[in-house]
Design a protein around this ligand. Structure first.
Ligand code: UDP
Ligand code: GLC
Length: 387
């Protein structure tokens, strides 16, 4: 076996979400030949090129319009288009030792084309296969993916691994937590970041600011923060993130909720940003507001690395990232009242808030390093080849 197997990574996204950022961390730091196979062009492809990572494009437009809440009929309707692209994909796979699927449509492509490429497949499962996130039909499709093709499943949290087992997934599954590089946070001075944030947003310099840093989507729960702000009068907010995956109606609703609540003077929507570490360093509190269980939640670890007190929703992977009351605070998903109370507590007791922030920062550095993350992924790749 080669010490550095050649890997074909596969990811369906055009835009850059957490799954894509976590894949960038692997391909940036991993040693060994590799290619990223994409299903559509866009900002993710461009970002990979910035890091000189080789990419190939398999035109999968015929299956990309199947959505996670579609039923079996829609999935079945996409089969003819899928068959047409399997051969194209397999020709790329055959030039590598291992196929590594980073998203849901990527694993469908990798597993179904297995008879044509016969390369061991790894599925990096970054989604929770639960009724909250996926239709029964799509969960059933996932449970039927052939175990002989999928050598290993890497889950981004215990919660994700457990959901995979619960749908009857039969491949061996192990948990590898994402790693986040603290360097981008350490390079920024908090006072300077605050000054930049104030000058950009024109928010009041003498009042606190909470930030949320997730793509705009109903289940990411930015509306819960808006609701909470109504009962935390002094608190201002920045909502950072774009409607990456067709959630424009949600963005419009959020804007109208903010206007209806008379919150326009203290809430700013900043859209998708590449300078999240700078923005995070500039706020006082980082909030994670997902109303459905979060598979992992990079933003939680990032908030800790920025040295901020973090409040997150008590469900899914988030529960594995925060020790409630020690490294942050957990509240019930979707509970605006509980979120408001946690925010008020942070503001009322800044000493306690900083203590949690410091403990969170040490915990994030110790447990979620990029080096361990990439080492563990490499081990899984080698293990998949040696079976
Ligand atoms: N992010 C970003 N720009 C934004 C908003 C978010 O780069 O405007 C990043 C954020 O810093 C985090 C990732 O997007 O690294 C989101 O990952 P997470 O795991 O929290 O959620 P996902 O979107 O993958 O469900
Ligand atoms: C997915 C999940 C998110 C996780 C990310 C990286 O996008 O929604 O919770 O942090 O993958 O694994």
């Amino acid at each position: 076996m080669s010490p550095s197997p050649s890997v074909l990574f596969v990811d369906q996204a055009a835009e850059i979400g957490g799954a894509e950022l976590s894949l960038i961390d692997i391909v940036r730091w991993r040693k060994g030949p590799q290619t990223v196979c994409l299903m559509q062009p866009g900002p993710f492809a461009e970002r990979l090129r910035e890091f000189s990572v080789p990419t190939v494009l398999v035109d999968a437009s015929g299956i990309l319009n199947v959505r996670r809440d579609d039923g079996l009929a829609a999935a079945a309707g996409a089969i003819p288009a899928l068959l047409r692209i399997l051969r194209g994909f397999a020709s790329h796979a055959r030039r590598h030792d291992v196929v590594y699927a980073n998203t849901m449509k990527a694993i469908v492509l990798a597993a179904l084309s297995y008879p044509l490429h016969r390369r061991p497949v790894i599925w990096h499962l970054r989604d929770l296969l639960t009724a909250e996130h996926f239709s029964a039909g799509l969960r059933m499709c996932c449970s039927l993916l052939p175990a002989f093709a999928i050598r290993r499943v890497i889950a981004n949290s215990q919660a994700t691994a457990e959901a995979y087992r619960r749908i009857g997934g039969r491949s061996p599954v192990e948990v590898v937590y994402n790693g986040i590089d603290p360097a981008a946070f350490d390079a920024i001075d908090a006072a300077e970041a605050r000054a930049r944030l104030l000058s950009e947003t024109r928010l009041a310099g003498d009042r606190p600011i909470v930030g949320v840093f997730s793509r705009l989507a109903r289940w990411k729960g930015q509306h819960v923060l808006v609701e909470a702000l109504k009962s935390v009068p002094d608190l201002q907010a920045v909502i950072v993130g774009g409607a990456l995956f067709g959630e424009d109606a949600y963005e419009a609703q959020l804007r109208s909720d903010i206007a209806a609540a008379g919150l326009e003077d203290r809430v700013r929507l900043l859209g998708f940003r590449r300078d999240v570490p700078v923005l995070m360093k500039g706020v006082d509190i980082v909030a994670h507001t997902s109303t459905a269980a979060e598979p992992f939640g990079r933003v939680i670890i990032e908030g800790m690395l920025a040295g901020k007190p973090v409040v997150a929703m008590r469900a899914g992977g988030a529960v594995e990232l925060i020790r409630d009351g020690e490294t942050g605070v957990l509240v019930a998903p979707g509970d605006a009242g509980a979120l408001a109370e946690a925010l008020r507590q942070f503001l009322a007791d800044p000493v306690e808030a900083s203590r949690m922030a410091e403990q969170g920062a040490s915990h994030a550095r110790e447990t979620f390093g990029v080096r361990d993350y990439v080492l563990n992924i490499d081990k899984a790749i080698n293990a998949a080849l040696s079976r």
